[in-house]
Write a protein that binds this ligand. Structure first.
Ligand code: NAD
Length: 311
């Protein structure tokens, strides 16, 4: 019984799978589709992150596949419908990297608001850019607007509240009388309220037909002047050219972007060289600790599935 792992996974979890199953671990497979297809000819399990496209082509090469483990949460790189038709279970690592993303949101929000951390070389050289850096803003007293209030949104809210930030969230799938609002002390809001009132807007929705380009030229224009936007959700949710224009025009005062239309980012990306903008290579959910949690969860759930303990 073969398990194929096509992207990086914590070694201890790979070792635990190898003890139980014939396991092929090659994090370079994601970039070698032919090799991946060949290895899948007799595989019963495939474990991926977000870069391996588990599409019709890969599924056709894997006639014995029973389970796909996803080392993360978003499922947009997996053809879940075809998996369902074929009876292939798709197992995401729900919750295991949420804290890493929530800390990324708070960390980047603080860096962007304060704007004081990019002048080390000048400071060391005695140039003392104190006047330039005296206009930084504090977190306390600001309003955080979350778009999507699931696992990551809720954790982010808790961290922000501890810093004196008030939090509102737009999530039409969460009923207005859901106990989650009371438990988290977060105010349910319309999309327009989030856009027009929040100093920091952070996206925590999956990429679906409803959320594709949710943040476009129109919605960006609705945002409070000087607000910041943080996207750790998925690239397709934000119109990258419109975001770049808003940052250049100064209507937004900063952005942190971890996820992109095309990853790796193409050279001609509109997001290159923007003021007060942090770009990171899809690592919001990846820390030493979260990689261990995500890998252990997926190794355990995939093993249970192959052993018939869960269906
Ligand atoms: P979740 O499923 O717990 O929460 C998503 C929430 O979005 C749900 O409450 C849902 O009701 C809401 N939602 C769905 N459609 C909506 C819409 N049209 N408008 C408003 N709200 C809507 O998921 P999560 O664990 O909080 O993760 C959110 C997303 O973050 C994932 O889908 C994934 O794409 C992304 N993510 C990125 C990283 C990273 O490293 N950058 C890591 C983990 C997750």
């Amino acid at each position: 019984m073969k398990v194929v792992i096509s992207e990086f996974m914590d070694e201890a979890s790979v070792a635990s799978l190898s003890e139980q199953f014939n396991t092929v671990y090659d994090p370079g497979l994601v970039d070698r589709r032919d090799d991946l297809r060949a290895l899948l000819s007799d595989a019963r399990a495939l474990i991926v992150r977000n870069r391996t496209q588990v599409d019709a082509d890969i599924l056709a090469a894997a006639p014995a596949l029973e389970v796909v483990g996803r080392l993360g949460v978003g499922l947009d790189n997996i053809d879940s419908e075809s998996c369902q038709v074929r009876g292939i279970a798709v197992i995401p690592a729900v919750g295991a990297n949420a804290l890493a993303v929530a800390e990324y949101v708070i960390g980047t929000a603080m860096v962007l608001l304060r704007g004081a951390y990019t002048r080390s070389a000048e400071t060391a050289a005695g140039q003392w850019p104190r006047a330039d850096l005296s206009g930084g803003r504090e977190m306390a007293g600001k309003t955080l607007g979350l778009i999507g209030f699931g696992g990551i949104g809720q954790l982010t809210a808790g961290l922000a509240q501890a810093l004196g930030v008030s939090v509102m969230a737009y999530d039409p799938m969460l009923a207005a009388d859901s106990p989650i609002w009371g438990q988290t002390k977060v105010r349910p809001a319309s999309l327009d309220e989030v856009l027009t009132r929040a100093d920091i807007v952070s996206l925590h929705v999956p990429l679906t037909d409803q959320t594709r380009k949710l943040i476009d030229r129109n919605t960006l224009q609705r945002m409070k002047p000087g607000a910041i936007l943080i996207n750790t959700a998925r690239g397709g949710i934000v119109d990258e050219s419109a975001l770049a224009d808003a940052l250049r025009a100064g209507s937004l005062s900063g952005a942190a972007v971890d996820v992109f239309d095309n990853e790796p980012l193409p050279k001609e990306s509109p997001l290159a060289d923007l003021p007060n903008t942090i770009l990171t290579p899809h690592i919001a959910g990846v820390t030493l600790e979260s990689n261990i949690r995500v890998s252990a969860l997926i190794a355990q759930r995939v093993a249970e599935h192959l052993q018939g303990k869960i269906k």
